[in-house]
Design a protein around this ligand. Structure first.
Ligand code: 5GP
Ligand code: ZN
Length: 112
């Protein structure tokens, strides 16, 4: 999508600290981390919201969760991690290209 910052990162038009990439997802460091490890896992297909799920995207999301689980040790997440997807305004979503926040590297406080 033309004006999407994550599409530009995926295309290499904006630099990012990538830690993983394959044909369907990319994982890079969040520019403004809220935990010791804060990564963003982004599907290469542009869609904005979790609520735009369909069968193909559900398969993609399932494969993505499996990949994150298999990569946990090399991502520094062997002691645990939290995945967050913000949907819409009340959740504070600021980038309208679906992404999974991967948080870890330290004990994480639980909150809203
Ligand atoms: P949201 O609030 O939409 O769930 O999260 C968007 C996230 O993207 C935020 O945590 C923000 O710090 C991160 N972010 C926004 N712009 C950039 C950028 O240009 N590069 C990187 N690496 N992260 C970004
Ligand atoms: Zn996009």
């Amino acid at each position: 999508m033309n004006d999407c910052i994550f599409c530009k990162i995926i295309a290499g038009e904006i630099p990012s600290a990538k830690v993983y990439e394959d044909d369907e997802i990319v994982i890079f460091k969040d520019i403004s981390p809220v935990a010791k490890i804060h990564l963003l896992c982004v599907p290469k297909e542009h869609f904005a919201y979790l609520s735009e799920m369909n069968a193909a995207r559900a398969d993609l999301l399932g494969r993505t969760l499996e990949k994150i689980g298999k990569m946990k040790d090399r991502l520094g997440l062997s002691e645990g991690y939290r995945l967050v997807i913000n949907q819409g305004e009340n959740a504070g979503q600021t980038v309208h290209h679906l992404h999974i926040h991967i948080l870890g590297g330290e004990p994480l406080p639980w909150g809203k």
